[in-house]
Design a protein around this ligand. Structure first.
Ligand code: NDP
Length: 450
């Protein structure tokens, strides 16, 4: 970056931090995009005249509300919930809902901001949003989760709609929660429309949605290897997480001919040097999706695996890392360990899983580094396809959805090449940020001053 450019970035970030104090995750996400797009803005007077970056970093609106519900023991509980409607320049707001005790406005603003660029990259007409609550589903009964979802929807339903804002799942919000939320939405709105995605197949869901983020992340990884004349066949893979994204990233890695040796949850990680095969994956799915168990149980069932309490898997020597748990789960030290152990590729299933210093290490080492907004866009892409099917009142086959997903991930990869190639090296961070930015910025310019 030139001196003039980095001066502009610093000046812009100072203002943003002043306007949005105590929001470190939001600052981190904006800093990365600003560094990528500043030279484009300085070269284009139209973006400067329109104050485009100032406008794109200010959400259209944020709705904050209380969710009151009753626990099984009769005690009354109150949580805080948000919907951050970030930008609808290219389509109705779209983005997941997260239920986790760590949820704050900063986290939802970073996720909503990232979502704007990610949705733009998919080529589908979707704006960006994110929402959620500081509610911890762990340890809650099914009835408690249902009452919480129903209470949340009593307020949320006023702000969403199939042409306004279409929420989906994220951490802590899987098919069970989406079913409770959609059931309550349908009752309140008295309409059966595709206002939520990730629905059950019996009531408007899309084949392939639950697999889409994990599969898409692996397709993106394979695209990066292919561009270097290589493939994932025979490579070893470290996956973090054991939730929706991680499980299907493991599944697709196996079908690509790779060997996955780790999985994790917030209690620690398991290392299985023999690899997680189809039978072990079936066990993991049952453990996590059905029994809602903990990851150490895997090592008890398969003694060749070891459990590492309180640790993350990034010290295990592997060819590929697929972080699929949460934000900032790869520290600077972890990134050094991965690079020193010879990692060839990092493809992010989670949103912003690498701290800024880790991203710098990956880029300087010139490994294949696919940032989340490109690599995990498959989930929202298939959510977009679910919206299309709902509008058409049709259901496409699993094969058709998967073929479209592969096509979308291939196109995203191509956009990254177009905007991120430099002397034979592909900077996927710059490529994805610039490609995502141009479409949204040009739509905003077309609307005039709004
Ligand atoms: P799930 O709730 O299904 O799974 C999350 C996994 O990450 C669990 O194994 C969980 O462990 C672990 N985890 C969560 N928080 C932490 C933490 N603070 N430290 C360590 N481990 C943690 O969520 P998803 O799989 O849906 O989402 C995972 C990531 O992928 C998130 O970053 C999400 O934003 C991103 N993403 C998801 C999409 C989707 O379609 N679902 C789409 C695009 C991105 P534990 O059970 O112990 O909490």
């Amino acid at each position: 970056m030139s001196n003039a450019c980095s001066k502009e970035v610093d000046q812009f970030m100072q203002g943003l931090i002043k306007r949005n104090p105590h929001e470190p995750e939001f600052h981190q996400a904006v800093q990365e995009v600003t560094e990528s797009v500043m030279s484009l803005i300085l070269d284009n007077q139209k973006y400067q005249d329109a104050q485009i970056l100032e406008r794109m970093t200010e959400p259209d609106r944020i709705v904050i509300f209380r969710v009151t519900w009753e626990a099984d023991d009769g005690t009354v509980r109150a949580n805080r919930a948000w919907r951050v409607q970030f930008n609808n320049a290219i389509g109705p707001y779209k983005g997941g809902l997260r239920f986790h005790p760590s949820v704050t406005q900063s986290i939802l603003k970073f996720l909503g901001f990232e979502q704007v660029f990610k949705n733009s990259l998919t080529g589908l007409p979707m704006g960006g949003a994110k929402g959620g609550a500081n509610f911890n589903p762990r340890g809650k009964s099914r009835s408690e989760v249902m009452r919480f979802c129903q209470s949340l929807m009593i307020e949320l339903h006023r702000h969403i709609g199939e042409d306004t804002d279409v929420p989906a799942g994220d951490i802590g919000v899987g098919s069970r929660e989406i079913s409770f939320l959609f059931g309550q939405y349908k009752r309140l709105a008295n309409r059966f429309v595709g206002t939520l995605t990730g629905k059950g197949l019996e009531f408007g869901g899309s084949a392939g949605r639950k697999e889409a983020t994990g599969y898409g992340c692996v397709y993106f990884c394979e695209n990066m290897f292919e561009h270097r004349g290589d493939s994932m066949v025979g490579k070893t893979v470290a996956v973090s997480g054991s939730g929706n994204v991680a499980i299907y990233a493991i599944e697709k890695s196996l079908t690509m001919g790779a060997k996955v040796v780790t999985a994790s949850d917030s209690s620690g990680f398991i290392h299985d040097p023999n690899g997680i095969d189809q039978e072990k994956l079936a066990y993991l799915k049952d453990l996590k999706e059905e029994r809602r168990g903990r990851i150490h149980e895997y090592a008890e069932k398969y003694p060749e695996a070891t459990f590492h309490a309180g640790e993350r898997p990034w010290n295990v020597p592997v060819d590929i890392a697929l972080p699929c748990a949460t934000q900032n789960e790869i520290s600077e030290k972890d990134a050094h360990a991965l690079v020193q152990n010879g990692v060839l590729a990092v493809s992010e299933g989670a949103n912003m899983p690498s701290v800024a210093e880790a991203v710098t290490i990956f880029r300087e080492a010139k490994i294949l580094y696919g940032p989340g907004k490109a690599a995990n866009a498959g989930g929202v892409a298939v959510s977009g396809l679910e919206q299309s099917q709902n509008a058409l009142r049709l259901s496409w086959s699993r094969q058709e959805v998967d073929a479209r997903l592969q096509g979308i991930m291939h196109d995203i990869h191509h956009k990254c090449l177009e905007h991120g190639s430099d002397n034979g090296y592909v900077d996927y961070v710059k490529g994805s940020n610039v490609a995502g930015f141009i479409k949204v910025a040009d739509a905003m310019l077309a609307y005039g001053v709004v």
